[in-house]
Ligand binder design. Sequence first.
Ligand code: VGL
Ligand code: ZN
Length: 212
Amino acid sequence: MPGIQIMHDTDALLVVDVQNDFCPGGALAVPEGDAVVPVINKLMDRFATVVLTQDWHPENHASFASTHGAEPFSTIGMSYGTQVLWPDHCIAGDQGAAFHPSLRLRPAQMIQRKGMNPDIDSYSAFYENDQATTTGLAGWLKEKGITRVFAAGLATDFCVAWTCLDARRCGFEAVLIEDATRAIDQDGSLAAAMTEMEKAGVVIARENQIGD
Ligand code: VGL
Ligand code: ZN
């Protein structure tokens, strides 16, 4: 694929959930999750608009297996559809919810927290998992004139994929920076997410194809 030129005024970098609990040693560690940090740190200087997202749950969140007395990684039916039940993770204000200590924070104008509603999970930076409750991020980006978002972070097959799909739904162009993400990849979830993203018109690129 040819290079993608970054537009200063209309492109934004969305850095999804680069938090301690999704990195090795964390409560919901993504294999090699911390490998995204140097790639993202390098990408940040190429964008004028950088948004970080932060998974930010109350204790006893509906997405926690412990809340239901169930096994982590099992599934349950919720009012809004099937929900994977996760180990307790990213409790608001705890160390597990803090950004990876090497992630650069200074380039980011905006931190979008998500998953605070005790009854609804929120993978995407744009909508809760009911696909109806907005976080307000689309409005913030649109008001700034952003038309295209570049997604990086954790995990490719959950929060990054849902963010890319919702970006398309909100009318943004979307680019997944594949080597700036890592996946949980359980039961074929990565392949399924990649197929969904391609169908939705998400462009798949690598860090070295994105220039300024
Ligand atoms: C995520 C599962 C639960 C993610 C967040 O960031 O991909 N996955 N909460
Ligand atoms: Zn979560």
